[in-house]
Design a protein around this ligand. Structure first.
Ligand SMILES: Cc1cc2nc3c(=O)[nH]c(=O)nc-3n(C[C@H](O)[C@H](O)[C@H](O)COP(=O)(O)O)c2cc1C
Length: 401
């Protein structure tokens, strides 16, 4: 099977197979934003399941800018020994773990940010907006600070022994906010033309590269588009990845959507962004990892066979089954069911759909971390009770992913 062929990156790094566990925010950091034994064991269990590459849930580069309570933050060397333990479990059994670095920008919820930073002072809209305070436009020196922080965090990630880093530029977070003309209304060198809107990403990439060298994998997760009128368009996105490929980025992960329009959370069967991947393939030499909606082994094989992607990104399926690659290898699994959960009350499902979904997968990751068996359910009250028990009422905020 093509899924079990190794992938050699341009810098010589070899990923043992084509399975990539995509980032899922684990919410397993302690009060000081450090990895906990639970988190470390979760990665050990995933590695044991045969996965080739794991991208961690988003790790913040600044403790003043959290995406949610329970995030890990890497901003100095204080927690190096715990990070080393996490890296070791994530790189066991021949797997590789790359750390996803993120700044949430305006998608930092009220509970953690009085006034989040963003490219421009454009508040969120839509059903999730109530959870976020309006942001303030960043100064040039704040932009430079963020660039420096991404680079410093990446170096610490390397020193801790992780196998790579991924820059999170998708899902409506800070770097995606810079890319989108809806959220970036700046009229300096970081706003306006696409060249200017993507400037911060280029500068972060080169700042990281300078710190980690050419042999350490640096990836990016980017939206194929934002699904918003006047937002980050597919044609802009294709131009950005073309440029990043020319710069020498090691892997491009394709996703889509944000908190105003969460395409990445769909429970329909995909792959969601395959048409984009087909176009991207014509333009870039960097390998792609297509994430979102892969639910059949035949679909994964087909995408690899048609050279539409090099890696198969899977998030929810890995929370439902940490042993997925090994079980696919021995023929035990052909399809993955990612169910739509329901409370039985239509209005509640509509209002809380996003929240229910995320809580469910957090609950499942929690079980894997504790070596417990996974019992899939369609009953939304079970993850809701879990969220209340573990995080209290404050957890009822759509602030993940
Ligand atoms: C609980 C949960 C947390 C997530 N956290 C992140 C995250 O931290 N960073 C990220 O880039 N994507 C995050 N995602 C999105 C996934 O990486 C992925 O893009 C999405 O779930 C679609 O893939 P799937 O259909 O295989 O689940 C999260 C998804 C879930 C379900």
């Amino acid at each position: 099977m093509r899924l079990f062929e190794p992938l050699k990156l341009k810098n010589g790094v070899v990923i043992k197979n084509r399975f990539m566990k995509a980032a899922m925010s684990e919410i397993m950091g302690d009060h000081s934003h450090r990895p906990t034994p639970k988190l470390i064991n979760l990665y050990k269990n995933w590695a044991d399941g045969g996965v080739g590459l794991m991208i961690t849930g988003n790790v913040m580069i600044d403790s003043r800018a959290l995406g949610e309570i329970g995030n890990i933050v890497i901003e100095n060397h204080h927690n190096l020994s715990l990070l080393k333990q996490w890296a070791m479990s994530g790189n066991s059994n021949g797997a590789q773990t790359w750390v996803q670095l993120n700044h949430p920008g305006r998608q930092s919820p009220k509970i953690v940010s009085k006034q989040p930073l963003a490219p421009s002072a454009v508040p969120l809209e839509g059903p999730n907006a109530f959870a976020f305070n309006p942001p303030r436009a960043m100064t040039i020196s704040e932009i430079h600070n963020v660039i420096g922080r991404f680079a410093r965090s990446a170096l610490i990630v390397k020193e801790a022994g992780f196998a790579g880093v991924e820059i999170h530029a998708a899902h409506g977070y800070l770097l995606d906010q810079f890319l989108s003309p809806r959220t970036n209304r700046r009229n300096d060198q970081y706003g306006g033309s696409l060249e200017n809107r993507m400037r911060i990403i280029g500068e972060i990439y080169f700042a990281i590269r300078k710190k980690v060298g050419s042999n350490f994998p640096v990836a990016i997760k980017i939206n194929s588009e934002d699904y918003q009128a006047g937002g980050f368009s597919e044609s802009d996105s294709l131009k950005v990845i073309q440029r990043l490929s020319e710069y020498g980025i090691d892997l491009i992960e394709i996703s889509g959507g944000d908190y105003e329009s969460p395409a990445m959370e769909s429970t329909s069967s995909g792959p969601f962004f395959i048409d984009y991947a087909k176009k991207a393939k014509q333009l870039v030499s960097a390998p792609l990892s297509l994430t979102g909606g892969f639910r059949t082994v035949s679909g994964m094989e087909k995408a690899l066979e048609n050279s539409e992607t090099e890696m198969i990104g899977l998030a929810r399926p890995f929370a439902l089954n940490p042993k997925l690659p090994n079980q696919i290898k021995n023929g035990k699994i052909k399809n993955i069911n990612v169910e739509h959960l329901s409370t039985g009350i239509n209005m509640l499902d509509k209002k809380m759909g996003s929240y229910i979904g995320l809580s469910y997968y957090e609950m499942l990751m929690n079980r894997i971390a504790k070596n417990k068996v996974i019992k899939p359910t369609k009953n939304a009250w079970i993850p809701l009770a879990f969220a209340l028990r573990t995080q209290g009422i404050s957890s009822f905020l759509p602030n993940r992913g």
